[in-house]
Design a protein around this ligand. Structure first.
Ligand SMILES: [Zn+2]
Length: 142
């Protein structure tokens, strides 16, 4: 399960509206809460995919290292990632799975239809690089 506060939830959904018709992306910082991942901070990232920014997202590895380091200093870990799907459903794509490399993390996708955030869903990555798969997970907004 992914637990997220109302403000963080709205932040990641609004980001997708702001970057429409391009994808938004970012990192979810927080900590484990039993079996759940608890999000305490939403960090925006630039979309570095110049070739096709409307349907591909990529987080600069240097951004990711910086976010991870700054999180550690505050006692936060990377617990997930988010991106938007402009005018596409909130379903993971084969590319999303191929580019997911953090088992045990949540991958949150928001469908943005005509510039408005629609459905947001979360998938947890399981397995290792050769056997990895996404599994639907519940989102609890509090
Ligand atoms: Zn995607």
């Amino acid at each position: 399960m992914l637990k997220i506060g109302r403000a963080e939830w709205e932040e990641l959904r609004r980001h997708g509206e702001e970057t429409y018709p391009h994808e938004s992306c970012g990192v979810l910082l927080g900590r484990l809460d039993g079996e759940a991942r608890l999000v305490t901070r939403v960090t925006r990232c630039g979309n570095t995919r110049a070739d096709s920014p409307h349907n591909r997202y990529h987080i600069d590895p240097r951004d990711l290292l910086r976010i991870e380091r700054q999180g550690r200093e505050r006692g936060e870990d990377i617990v997930g990632f988010y991106h938007s799907h402009p005018d596409h459903p909130a379903r993971w794509s084969p590319t999303d799975l191929a580019e997911a490399h953090w088992p045990g993390c949540s991958y949150v996708i928001t469908a943005v239809a005509g510039g408005r955030a629609d459905l947001t869903r979360s998938f947890v990555l399981q397995g290792d690089e050769g056997t990895k798969s996404f599994h639907d997970e519940e989102i609890e907004v509090s």
